[in-house]
Design a protein around this ligand. Structure first.
Ligand code: ACO
Length: 384
C-alpha cells in the first residue's frame, strides 16, 4: 500500500536510477561526467570530444574524434519534406515546437527494423543522426519563421561553427565559435534533469530513441527548465528597455511582490549553492561585452539582478542566467536559445536512452488517491 511517507512532491530526493553517466556531487560542488569534472572538461576539451566521452565513457582518440566529426557532418542533412514542414508551420510557431515536430518526423525515415532495435549500436547510430540534424532543424525553423530561405549545413564547417552559420549565413569569428563551443559543453549532460528523466521514462516503455528525445524537447521547453535561458535574457532586455541598471532593483522587487519567479535563478539540486557552470561562465562575460553596443549596460543589469536576488532570496544563478546573456552577446536570436540547449544536451540524452534500454525496467510509480470512493452511477435514462 502507498502511504504519505512514500510521497515526495516533484520526486525531490527520490533515487530513480543507477547510472555510470553523471552525478551532481554537492559536497565537492562538482558535476561528475564519466568520472571527470565537467568544468575542467569545458576548459580543456571541445564539445565534440566531450560528446564522445559522454556517449562512450572514455575520451576519444584522434581517430575516434575525427570519425565522430565526419559522421555528424555526413548526417547534417534533412529530407526535403522536413524543410517543407518547417516552412508550412504557422509563423508564430516557436522554434522549440518546430524542433520537437522535426525530430518526431525523422523517425519515419528510419527502416522500421532499425527504428525498433534498441541495442547499443543502432541506438548510437540513430542518436547521432538526431544530433547532426537537430541544429539544422532548429536554425532553419527560426529562418522559416522570419520568412528567410533555408541555409543547409556547410560540410566544410565544424559542428559548432555550422550552428552560427545556419542562423544568419555569415562566417562566424573564432571568438564566437569558441564561446559557443564552451556553452554547448556546459549544457551537454546534467544527471537526471527533467528532460533526461522524461527521455528515460519514454525509453522505459521500449519506445524508440526518436520518441524519447521528442519528449525531452517538450520537457526542456518549459521555463522552469531549459526555457529559462530565453526568459532570463528576455528579462535583461526588458530591464534595459525600461531604463537600464538603475531600474533593475525595482523590476525584481515588483516581480517578487507579485509572487513571480526570476528566471535563471535557483535549482532543485543546487538550491543554496552556485551552479558550477554559472560560476565558470560568468568570468567570460566581460570579454564579450564589446560584441553589442548595449553590452556594458546589460552587464550592469546582470550584476545588479544577481546582487538583489542574493540579498533578498539567497538564491544563486543557474547556468541559464549567464548562458542567456552570452548567447545574446553572440547575436543568437532569443527564440533559438532553448533549441540550442536541447541540441547541446543530445549526447547526454543518447547516453541515458542507451543505458535505460540496456538495463530496462518500466517506470510506473503510484499515487496517493485523494478523490472520493464508493460512488455509484445514477440511472440517467439513456444508459445501458
Ligand atoms: N525566483 C523566485 N523564487 C524562487 C525561485 C526563483 N527563480 N526559485 C525558487 N524560488 C522560491 C520559490 O518561490 C519557493 O518559495 P516558497 O517556499 O516561499 O514558496 C522556494 O524558492 C522553493 O521553490 P520550489 O519551486 O519548490 O523549488 P524547486 O526545487 O521545485 O525549484 C526551480 C527549482 C524550478 C528551478 C526554481 O528554482 C525556479 O523556478 N527557478 C527559475 C526557473 C529556472 O531558472 N529554471 C532553470 C533551472 S536550471 C536548468 O534547467 C539548466
Amino acid at each position: 500500500m502507498t502511504t504519505t511517507n512514500d510521497y515526495s512532491p516533484g520526486l525531490e530526493g527520490v533515487i530513480s536510477n543507477a547510472t555510470t553517466i553523471s552525478y551532481l556531487d554537492l559536497d565537492k560542488e562538482e558535476i561528475v561526467i564519466r568520472g571527470y569534472d565537467l568544468i575542467e572538461l569545458a576548459q580543456k576539451l571541445s564539445y565534440l570530444e566531450t560528446a564522445y566521452l559522454v556517449m562512450h565513457g572514455k575520451e576519444p582518440t584522434q581517430q575516434e574524434a575525427a570519425a565522430l566529426r565526419k559522421t555528424l557532418s555526413d548526417q547534417a542533412t534533412l529530407p526535403p519534406e522536413v524543410y517543407a514542414m518547417l516552412k508550412s508551420l504557422p509563423k508564430q510557431t516557436h522554434p522549440m515546437d518546430a524542433l520537437r515536430t522535426g525530430i518526431s518526423m525523422l523517425a519515419g525515415y528510419e527502416d522500421p527494423a532499425i527504428l525498433n532495435d534498441h541495442h547499443p549500436e543502432p541506438n548510437f547510430a540513430k542518436g547521432l543522426k538526431i544530433m547532426a540534424k537537430a541544429p539544422v532543424i532548429a536554425c532553419n525553423a527560426y529562418r522559416a519563421n522570419q520568412g528567410q530561405p533555408s541555409i543547409p549545413a556547410d560540410p566544410k564547417l565544424g559542428f559548432t561553427e555550422n550552428i552560427l552559420w545556419m542562423i544568419n549565413g555569415k562566417r562566424p569569428d573564432k571568438e564566437s565559435v569558441d564561446m559557443l563551443d564552451m556553452v554547448l559543453t556546459c549544457y551537454i549532460e546534467h544527471e537526471l534533469a527533467n528532460s533526461t528523466f522524461t527521455a528515460r521514462i519514454i525509453a522505459s516503455s521500449l519506445c524508440d530513441i526518436y520518441g524519447a528525445i521528442t519528449g525531452a524537447v517538450a520537457s526542456l521547453k518549459g521555463p522552469l527548465h531549459g526555457g529559462a535561458n530565453e526568459a532570463a535574457a528576455q528579462m535583461l532586455v526588458d530591464i534595459l528597455q525600461k531604463g537600464g541598471a538603475a531600474k533593475a532593483e525595482q523590476y525584481i522587487t515588483d516581480i517578487r511582490a507579485a509572487h513571480g519567479r526570476i528566471m535563471g535563478f535557483g535549482h532543485r539540486v543546487y538550491m543554496r549553492k552556485y551552479d558550477p557552470r554559472a560560476f565558470l561562465l560568468k568570468d567570460y562575460l566581460p570579454r564579450l561585452l564589446h560584441k553589442k553596443p548595449e553590452g556594458e549596460e546589460m552587464y550592469a543589469i546582470y550584476r545588479k539582478v544577481e546582487e538583489v536576488m542574493f540579498r533578498e532570496t539567497k538564491l544563486y544563478p543557474n547556468a541559464d542566467y549567464p548562458i542567456g546573456f552570452i548567447l545574446y552577446l553572440l547575436d543568437v536570436p532569443i527564440p533559438l536559445f532553448t533549441p540550442l540547449f536541447l541540441c547541446a544536451r543530445i549526447p547526454g540524452l543518447i547516453a541515458h536512452v542507451e543505458e535505460q534500454h540496456k538495463e530496462n525496467r518500466l517506470f510506473r510509480p503510484r499515487v496517493i488517491y485523494l478523490g472520493p470512493r464508493e460512488l455509484h452511477p445514477e440511472k440517467a435514462g439513456a444508459g445501458r
